[in-house]
Design a protein around this ligand. Structure first.
Ligand code: MRU
Length: 346
């Protein structure tokens, strides 16, 4: 497959939102173009784009489409249109806090304006700024995390926290990329990440494309790999981090963290400050439940009896006592997290 350098997961191009359709990977690299915020909402809902930072920027671009397409002539009527769009976009996926962050930031830019045209421009400009910052943030995070990985080590990662989960470069995979760029020779063990298989479809695809040595394992081989001494460090991304250091991430992350603790393997989380939610407690976080078909089949093949009951949470929560450090663009927060997270936010 011919893959252009400097590939962006999501972009604003000539008044449209362009995304890589991640449901088609690794088979095909297909770009899709959207003209309305409703189409962007569907894309987020259907995992055409996924990953916390990527959906934060996609949400903001969705709001930029709502602003550009609205025919409202006054500040109040445009704000009403933007709030309708915000509500629909926000309702697409409940767990990753970056979506709320991106929408609120774009809306806050609009609120500062005194006429409808400057509001339109402000939402587009703010979304573009977020997309640009995302790449810089990931590179800073990568540098901060690369010191934690030694030459010759093997890093396990779960799900996809790579370029495809952000605008570019990635969070957990950003740390892996930066470690490689620092001249260290490293290997990656990627979990398959059932049921949607972000690990096999996306992480393996990205790392192979970058020439990074990656081995794919079934999720059930995490304990085996650690017990065999095949894993030196674990680095994963996050969808939401509370002020206590509780980390919400792809279902299965908690199992990986528990296994890492059992085997004395350092477990790191890499996430930008936009993934932190200092205002919520565990009772406020909604864990997205996804459709049964993701579990009862793979592609078009049924792998379970028709009609079986299914539990399919998309995320779980890893408690702070299982986490060795949280890598951010402002540095690495170490336990106890209540204090170190507060310090990150100055
Ligand atoms: O359901 P997904 O694919 O959106 O879940 C993605 C994850 O859980 C990632 O690990 C997380 O968003 C961090 S991405 C930098």
């Amino acid at each position: 497959m011919d893959i252009p350098q400097d590939l962006k997961t999501v972009e604003w191009r000539d008044g449209r939102v362009v995304m890589i359709d991640q449901t088609r990977l690794p088979g095909e690299l297909v770009f899709v173009e959207y003209e309305t915020y409703g189409q962007v909402a569907d894309a987020i809902r259907n995992l055409v784009i996924r990953g916390a930072p990527a959906i934060g920027v996609a949400g903001a671009f969705g709001l930029a489409l709502a602003a550009s397409r609205s025919t409202a002539g006054t500040v109040d009527s445009l704000m009403a249109d933007l709030c309708t769009a915000r509500d629909e976009l926000l309702g697409t996926r409940p767990t990753a806090v970056n979506l709320k962050w991106g929408l609120e930031r774009a809306l806050a830019a609009a609120e500062k304006c005194t006429d409808a045209d400057s509001m339109r421009r402000a939402v587009v400009d703010e979304s573009l700024a977020m997309a640009e910052e995302d790449v810089k943030t990931n590179k800073e995070m990568g540098k901060n995390g690369s010191g934690l990985i030694g030459d010759g080590e093997t890093v396990m990662t779960h799900c996809n926290a790579g370029a495809l989960a952000t605008v570019s470069y990635g969070t957990a995979l950003g740390v892996i990329r930066a470690t490689r760029e620092a001249g260290k020779n490293i290997r990656v063990i990627a979990t398959e990440t059932r049921p949607v298989q972000q690990g096999s479809r996306l992480t393996a695809f990205e790392l192979m494309h970058d020439g990074i040595d990656v081995r794919l394992i079934p999720d059930t081989a995490v304990g085996y790999s650690m017990a065999q001494g095949l894993v030196d460090k674990v680095v994963v991304g996050a969808d939401r981090i509370l002020g206590t250091g509780h980390v919400y991430n792809k279902i299965g992350t908690y199992q990986v963290a528990a296994m890492a603790a059992r085997h004395g393997i350092p477990f790191y989380v890499a996430a930008p400050l936009s993934t932190f939610d200092l205002d919520s407690g565990p009772e406020d976080v909604v864990i997205e439940q996804r459709k049964a078909a993701e579990v009862t089949g793979i592609g078009d093949s049924m792998t379970a009896p028709d009609g079986v009951g299914v539990i399919n949470p998309a995320f779980d929560v890893t408690p702070p006592e299982l986490i060795s450090g949280i890598i951010t663009e402002k540095g690495v927060a170490a336990p106890p997290f209540k204090e170190s997270i507060r310090a990150l936010f100055g």
